[in-house]
Ligand binder design. Structure first.
Ligand SMILES: Cc1cc2nc3c(=O)[nH]c(=O)nc-3n(C[C@H](O)[C@H](O)[C@H](O)COP(=O)(O)O)c2cc1C
Length: 511
C-alpha cells in the first residue's frame, strides 16, 4: 500500500517559518525518531521563536509592530509559533502512522496587504496531497484570517474543489484560553471543508476522538507546555494518515456487493419524512436499510459509571438499560451493519405532531462509543429535511456528535422545504450519491486494510477515574484482547466475503 501524503498548512499570523524555513520543516519533523525527540524539538523551536522576539526588540521594550517588521526581514528559517508547533506535532503523528508529509506556511501565499503570491504552487500542493491538516490560531472563537483566505480561495475555484473532493481533512486550533474557542473553531472549519467536498476527521481514539487538535497557549513559546493539546494534535495526525491510507487502499480495491446504507430516521411527523425520503432511497446505488424508531420509546441514558456494562464483542448489547419497552436493544444488531450512516431528521417550523427520539438515541449510543468505537471509520452524512426558517441547525449537531464516534464525516445533505414543497431535490440526490461513492471507497479501503490493522481503537476513559481503574484490571485487559481479536477476525472475514479480486494488483483483501 502506498504511503499517503499529508499536507500541513499553517495559518499563523506570527509564523516563525517562511520560504525555505517553511519548506524544511517537513524534513526536520520526519527526522525525529521518537516522541521524546519530538518533545525536545518542539521545546527548542518554541524557545528559538521567543528568543527571536526578544532579540528583535522585546528586550528593549519596542512596540510590537516594530518587532513584527524586524522579524519579517529575517530569513524565517528557525523557531515555531504556537499554531506551527501544534501543526508540527500533528505532522509527526502522520509520520508515526507511516504517512509522508509536506508543509506550507499560508503567510507565504496570502500577504498582509491583501495581495497573493504563487497561488499556483499552493494549489498544486493541495492537489498532490491525500489529506490536509490545517492549523489555525483561535481568533474570536473562530479561525484566523489566513485560514479564511485559504477557504475562500478553494471556494472560488471550481476545478480545485473538484480535485479536492473526497480527500481527507483534519483541523488544529490554538487559543490563549482553556476554553477559548478551540472547539468552535474546529467545528466551523470542518463544516466549511465538508461543504467544499472534503471528508472530515477529528483526533484519534487514543486521544478520545473529538474534533481535532486543541492546544491551549497564548504567549509566544508556550504551546509545548500543553501536553494534552500536543497529544490531541498528534492524534489528529495519526487519524488523518490512517483514513487517508484507507481511502488510498479503496482506490485499488472494489466491493463485490453494494455498500450498505443505514438510514436512521430519528425525528419525523406522521410519516412525512419517511415518505419524502422513499424515492431518493429507492434510486440510491446502495443496499439501503431504513431504521425508523420514531414512535417507539428510547429512554434517556442514565449516565452510568460502567458504560458499557462489560467488555465484550460488538454483537452483544452492553448498555445497562434493558427494559422491554425500550427500543435500543432491538435496534442494536441493525446499528452494526451499515458502511454508511445517514442520521435522518425532519425539521419543520411548526412543531405540533413532531416526534423526536434524536437526543435520547444519541445519548444511548454511548455504550457503542465506549465499547471501543464500534462505528470506527464508517462514513456519516447528516440528512436533514428542513422547512425554511426552522432554525434548528441539525446538520451541525449531528456532525458534532457523530464525529465523536471515530467516524469520517461527509458533507451534510439538506433538503429545503418551502410551502410544503422540496425545492432542491437535485441537491438531495447528489448528496446521497456523494455519500454512497465516498462510503463505497472508504469501506473497500477499510476492508482491504483490515489485515494490516493500522491501529487498534480502544476507548480511553479520560476524565473518568473509576472507569480507568476498572479498565486496568487484568480480567478487563484479557476480555478486551479477546474482543479486539474477534473484531479483527470479523473484519478479515468480511473482507474475504465482500472484496472483489482486482485484476493486475495485489490482493489487498486476502487477510
Ligand atoms: C485578534 C486576536 C483574537 C484572539 N481571540 C482569541 C480567542 O477568541 N480565544 C482564545 O483562546 N485566544 C484568542 N487569541 C489568542 C491566540 O489564539 C493565541 O495567542 C495563539 O497562541 C496564537 O497562535 P500563534 O502563536 O500561532 O500566532 C486571540 C489573539 C488575537 C491576536
Amino acid at each position: 500500500m502506498s504511503k499517503p501524503i499529508i499536507l500541513g498548512l499553517s495559518a499563523s499570523l506570527r509564523a516563525a517559518r517562511s520560504k525555505a524555513g517553511a519548506k524544511n520543516l517537513a524534513a526536520e519533523i520526519t527526522a525525529l525518531p521518537s516522541r521524546e525527540r519530538l518533545d525536545d524539538f518542539l521545546g527548542e523551536q518554541a524557545k528559538i521563536h521567543l528568543d527571536q522576539f526578544v532579540e528583535a526588540g522585546r528586550k528593549d521594550g519596542l512596540p510590537f509592530d516594530q518587532i513584527y517588521r524586524r522579524l519579517q526581514k529575517t530569513e524565517g528559517l528557525r523557531g515555531l509559533s504556537n499554531s506551527e508547533i501544534t501543526l508540527a506535532a500533528a505532522l509527526w503523528g502522520v509520520c508515526d502512522q507511516a504517512g509522508d508529509i509536506n508543509h506550507i506556511a499560508l503567510s507565504n501565499h496570502f500577504r498582509a496587504d491583501g495581495t497573493v503570491a504563487d497561488l499556483e504552487a499552493l494549489k498544486q500542493a493541495l492537489i498532490a496531497a491525500d489529506g490536509i491538516l490545517l492549523s489555525t490560531p483561535v481568533y474570536f472563537g473562530d479561525r484566523g484570517s489566513l485560514s479564511q483566505r485559504l477557504i475562500e480561495m478553494i471556494r472560488a475555484d471550481d476545478g480545485l474543489q473538484k480535485a479536492l473532493a473526497g480527500k481527507v481533512y483534519g483541523g488544529l486550533a490554538v487559543g490563549a484560553k482553556r476554553n477559548g474557542g478551540q472547539e468552535t473553531t474546529l467545528i466551523y472549519q470542518m463544516l466549511d471543508m465538508l461543504d467544499i467536498g472534503l471528508l472530515g476527521v477529528g483526533n484519534d481514539s487514543d486521544t478520545t476522538a473529538q474534533y481535532g487538535g486543541t492546544t491551549h497557549a497564548g504567549d509566544i513559546g508556550t504551546s509545548p507546555k500543553d501536553s494534552y493539546g500536543i497529544n490531541t494534535s498528534i492524534g489528529t495526525g495519526r487519524r488523518i494518515a490512517r483514513v487517508a491510507a484507507e481511502l488510498g487502499a479503496g482506490k485499488q480495491a472494489e466491493l463485490s456487493d453494494l455498500p450498505r446504507l443505514g438510514v436512521w430516521l430519528l425525528q419525523d411527523r406522521g410519516a412525512e419524512m419517511a415518505a419524502r425520503l422513499a424515492p431518493f432511497l429507492d434510486s440510491a446505488n446502495a443496499d439501503v436499510s431504513l431504521l425508523n424508531p420514531v414512535g417507539r420509546k428510547i429512554r434517556p441514558c442514565i449516565a452510568c459509571d460502567i458504560c458499557p456494562t462489560h467488555i465484550g464483542p460488538d454483537e452483544e448489547y452492553r448498555c445497562i438499560i434493558g427494559r422491554r419497552d425500550d427500543a435500543m436493544k432491538d435496534l442494536h444488531d441493525s446499528l452494526l451493519t451499515p458502511d454508511i450512516l445517514l442520521p435522518a431528521l425532519f425539521s419543520p417550523k411548526r412543531r405540533d405532531g413532531l416526534v423526536s427520539v434524536y437526543q435520547e438515541f444519541m445519548e444511548r449510543t454511548r455504550y457503542l462509543r465506549r465499547g471501543d468505537y464500534v462505528f470506527t471509520d464508517r462514513l456519516v452524512a447528516p440528512l436533514i429535511f428542513a422547512e425554511l426558517g426552522s432554525g434548528e441547525h441539525l446538520d451541525v449537531r449531528v456532525m458534532t456528535s457523530f464525529i465523536r464516534h471515530h467516524t469520517v464525516m461527509c458533507r451534510p445533505i439538506t433538503g429545503w422545504l418551502k410551502d410544503g414543497k422540496l425545492i432542491n431535490a437535485e441537491d438531495v440526490e447528489d448528496g446521497i450519491a456523494r455519500a454512497v461513492a465516498n462510503g463505497r471507497r472508504l469501506t473497500a479501503g477499510r476492508l482491504a486494510s483490515s489485515s494490516l490493522e493500522l491501529t487498534g481503537t480502544q476507548y480511553r476513559p479520560v476524565g473518568y477515574v473509576l472507569a480507568q481503574a476498572k479498565d486496568n484490571e487484568a480480567q478487563a485487559m484479557n476480555a478486551r484482547e479477546e474482543a479486539v481479536d474477534m473484531r479483527r477476525k470479523r473484519l478479515a472475514e468480511e473482507a474475504r466475503r465482500r472484496l472483489a479480486p482486482v485484476r493486475g494488483s495485489s490482493k489487498l483483501g486476502a487477510a
